[in-house]
Structures are given as structure tokens and as C-alpha cells.
Design a protein around this ligand. Structure first.
Ligand code: ADP
Length: 444
């Protein structure tokens, strides 16, 4: 009713006055009165329209024209709307400003890239780490400015779960991890984090472990040697003493194995250099590994070898042999007497695979993701009894990562496990003639 009330009363009033004119002065007088009123009404509408248009032309920043009646209402509502918009806009601008200040204050380098990898925005830290200039480089393709091959490969790969560790192009002393985070309409955030300090502490830890292991190895070998000699001597013939010497000897052996594994791990961790690209003759290596399994098993297990591919493998013979030996040794150690251990070399969808299957105790699924952690053991005493150090699978994982391979573990408790080393296609060498045999060396 509120909206119609005003026009209705105006029209009603106008009709009433026109009727009075008609009654008093006849039809002509009523017509004249109507024309005058309509002209006045039209003039007023045009004038108000002109006022509105002038106010809008000024951007609506000044107060809206004042008026009574319907136009006054319109002016009032438009002014209110305009004020609200101005306030929202200023709130948005201030939020944007705050966000920009926060992004500028972030100590990590942040670069916003569009769909074509052109720079849309970058913060001041990206100048320090990546040598970018927020103003000069806006709109530039990032790979024109950061030209390192490994960065370009990383960018093109579009694998957002990966990070890249590299030296800063702006300062070679700074070590960075780069990460791409997708957002919005195919835009990306390139984040650069300084990990120089972390890496320094990690290097200190690695050096410390390597040095301690190295320093302990010689005295331990000497002590172990004497303990063994004493235990084998006729005198003292005391059975108890011989028993104690036996225990001491076993423990020194265990410590030696532990130190050897720690040294292997530190060597793998600190080797920045690329993995050796030797042509490893897998069929021969498989037979060597089978002999190793048989000697470890001492006839207690059935060892089977299935060589389903004649292909060779590209990689470091010493490292690969160490990794495969660890898997074979585990299969024998965690399979009870009478069980079976199967070594397989095959190709799966073009990928070379080395696997070891056992019919042993198996592993419950909750342990599987943690098996490659250092010193993680499902059953500590079982590992010790069988001469384990808890570092075998950590070594395997390191070696496989260096070869671009991954370790797949399938296991059913009580039935057995399969550990598969899955290599990338690029490491496969189609079968070779026999006389090109590379040197084989047993490393464990
Ligand atoms: P360890 O020297 O203790 O064997 P590893 O790193 O080689 O250390 O293995 C870690 C743990 O994984 C082992 O302690 C064992 O519990 C489990 N494991 C490894 N291989 C097997 C297997 N073939 N069958 C059952 N458990 C296994």
C-alpha cells in the first residue's frame, strides 16, 4: 500500500480538482486546467531527471539533491546505495592492501604465475632469492629469467606434489627449495624457501654420524679380533668363559654391522654427485643374489630365481647390488625354516622390476609405510636375533631414490611379503650379448 499511496492520492486530488473546474467553468476550463497541470508535471520530471544525471556525472561523491515526494525518495535511496558501495570498496581496498603488505613481509619468495607461466606479481623476497624485480619483470615468462634446465623441467612437469632443491640464482651460497602451488584459474604460486641453515645442520648431523662410525670402527675391529682369538684359545678352557667370549664376539660383530650400515647411509646421503651409469647385467646378478640367499639360508629355505627378462639395468652396480642384497637377506631372515624365497627380474608395462617374494611372517599393513625409516622394526628382538641393524630398508630406499625408482611393498601377515624395486623405463637396457659382461662385486 505504501508504494501506491502517493501516486494514488496525487491522481485522486488531480481528478477531484479537474471535476470541480468542470462543474464551475465547464469542460473547457477542466481541459485547460489538466493541460497546465500535466505540463507542470512534465517540466518537474525533466528537471529532476537533469538533477539526477548531473549528480551521477559527478560520481555521486557529493550529497544527492534534496527533494520532497517520490523524487526525494529516489535521491535518498540512491545516495544510501552509493555510500554503501563506497564503504565496501574502501574496505576491499584496505583488505587487499593488508594482504599485499602481509605477502610482502613473508620471508619466503612468492611469485604469482598465470596460465602461460608469465609473472603477474612477486614479493620483495623473490628478488633476494630468485633475482626477480617486481616491476621490471611483470609479464615476463619465468623460464626466460630462471633458465636452469632442472628448473624448466620442474616447471613443465606440473607435478605439484614435488619440490626442487637448488642453489639460488641470485646468491650461490643460498640453498632453496622451490614449490609450485596451483590456485584460481590455472594460476600458480611459485614459493622459494631458504633451507641453507637446515641443510647446514643436516650436513653436520651426517658428518657427525659418519665421523663417529668411522672412529669407532677400528677399535671395534681390534676388540672383536681379540675376543674371537681368546674365545678360540684352548686356555682358558673354562666353558663359561668360552660362552661369554662367544656372546662378546657376537655383539662386536653386530656393532660392526651397525657401523658399516651407518657409514653406507652417510655416504649415500652426502653423495651429491649423480649415480654411476653402469650397464648392470641383471641375469648374472640374479644368479649371484640367489647364491647369496642360499648361503644365508644354509639349506633351510627353497630359493627360486625367475629371470623373465633378458634386459640389463642402467645404474650403479655397487649400489644396486647392495639394495637387492638387503631385500634378499630380509626375505631369508624373516621366513621360517621350510619357507620359499623367490627372486624375480621382469618387465611390467615397459618398466624394469626386481622383486623378492617370501612365504615368511608377513607385515601388518599399519607398519608398511614406516618400514623404510631408520631403526623402524616391527619386532625389535626378532630383528636382533637374525642379525638385523634396522637400517637395511632405509639404505634400499636411498639407493632406489637415487636411481629414480620406488619400493613397493605388498604383504599379508602369516602368508608372506613381496618387495619390488620398480625402475623407470629410462633405466632399461634391451638385452645384450653375453661377452659384454660388466664386473660383478658382492657388497653388503
Ligand atoms: P632389519 O635390519 O631390522 O631387518 P630393515 O630396515 O631391513 O631392518 O627392515 C625393517 C623392518 O622391516 C624389519 O625389522 C622387519 O620387521 C621388517 N621386514 C623387512 N623385510 C621383511 C620381510 N621380508 N618380511 C617380514 N618383515 C620384514
Amino acid at each position: 500500500m505504501g508504494f501506491w499511496w502517493r501516486p494514488f492520492t496525487t491522481l485522486f486530488g488531480f481528478g477531484l480538482v479537474a471535476l470541480i473546474f468542470w462543474a464551475a467553468g465547464g469542460q473547457n476550463a477542466a481541459l485547460k486546467f489538466s493541460v497546465v497541470v500535466l505540463l507542470a508535471y512534465l517540466f518537474r520530471q525533466l528537471w529532476q531527471q537533469a538533477r539526477l544525471s548531473r549528480w551521477l556525472e559527478k560520481g555521486g561523491s557529493s550529497p544527492a539533491p534534496r527533494d520532497s515526494g517520490a523524487w526525494g525518495d529516489i535521491f535518498y535511496r540512491l545516495e544510501k546505495l552509493q555510500k554503501h558501495q563506497i564503504q565496501s570498496k574502501s574496505e576491499l581496498v584496505s583488505a587487499l592492501g593488508q594482504f599485499q603488505h602481509a605477502a610482502e613481509a613473508v620471508p619466503d619468495g612468492i611469485v604469482i604465475l598465470n596460465q602461460q607461466d608469465q609473472i603477474e606479481w612477486c614479493n620483495p623476497a623473490s628478488r633476494r632469492y630468485l633475482g626477480l624485480d617486481c616491476v621490471r619483470d611483470k609479464g615476463q615468462y619465468i623460464h626466460y629469467l630462471l633458465r636452469q634446465t632442472h628448473f624448466v623441467d620442474f616447471l613443465n612437469e606440473r607435478d605439484y606434489s614435488k619440490t626442487l632443491t637448488c642453489r639460488s640464482p641470485a646468491n650461490r651460497d643460498v640453498l632453496l627449495t622451490l614449490q609450485l602451488v596451483p590456485f584460481g584459474a590455472e594460476q600458480k604460486l611459485l614459493m622459494a624457501r631458504d633451507i641453507t641453515e637446515l641443510e647446514r645442520v643436516d650436513a653436520m648431523r651426517r658428518d657427525f654420524v659418519a665421523n663417529v662410525s668411522h672412529e669407532l670402527r677400528t677399535p671395534l675391529t681390534v676388540v672383536g679380533g681379540f675376543v674371537e682369538t681368546l674365545g678360540e684359545m684352548d686356555k682358558p678352557a673354562d666353558a663359561d668363559l668360552k660362552h661369554y667370549f662367544g656372546i662378546m664376539h657376537n655383539h662386536t660383530k653386530r656393532m660392526q654391522r651397525l657401523l658399516d650400515d651407518l657409514l653406507t647411509l652417510s655416504r649415500l646421503e652426502s653423495s651429491d654427485n649423480a649415480v654411476a651409469e653402469e650397464q648392470v647385467q641383471m641375469p648374472d646378478l640374479m644368479r649371484e643374489l640367489a647364491r647369496e640367499a642360499e648361503s644365508l639360508s644354509r639349506g633351510k629355505h627353497t630359493v627360486r630365481v625367475e629371470i623373465q627378462s633378458k634386459a640389463w639395468l642402467l645404474g650403479s652396480l655397487q649400489e644396486l647390488q647392495s639394495a637387492f642384497s638387503n631385500l634378499v637377506s630380509n626375505a631369508v631372515r624373516y621366513t621360517p625354516e621350510g619357507g620359499q624365497v623367490t627372486l624375480r627380474w621382469f618387465e611390467q608395462e615397459g618398466q624394469p622390476v626386481f622383486s623378492v617374494t617370501d612365504t615368511g611372517e608377513g607385515i601388518a599393513s599399519e607398519h608398511i609405510p614406516r618400514l623404510t625409516e631408520r631403526f623402524y622394526r616391527v619386532d625389535r628382538s626378532r630383528s636382533r636375533e637374525t642379525g638385523g641393524t634396522g637400517l637395511g630398508l632405509a639404505i634400499v630406499k636411498h639407493i632406489l631414490t637415487r636411481h629414480g625408482a620406488r619400493l613397493d611393498i605388498q604383504s599379508i601377515p602369516g602368508k608372506g611379503s613381496t618387495f619390488s624395486a620398480m625402475f623407470p623405463e629410462t633405466r632399461l637396457i634391451p638385452s645384450k650379448v653375453e661377452d659384454q659382461k660388466p664386473r660383478l662385486a658382492l657388497v653388503k
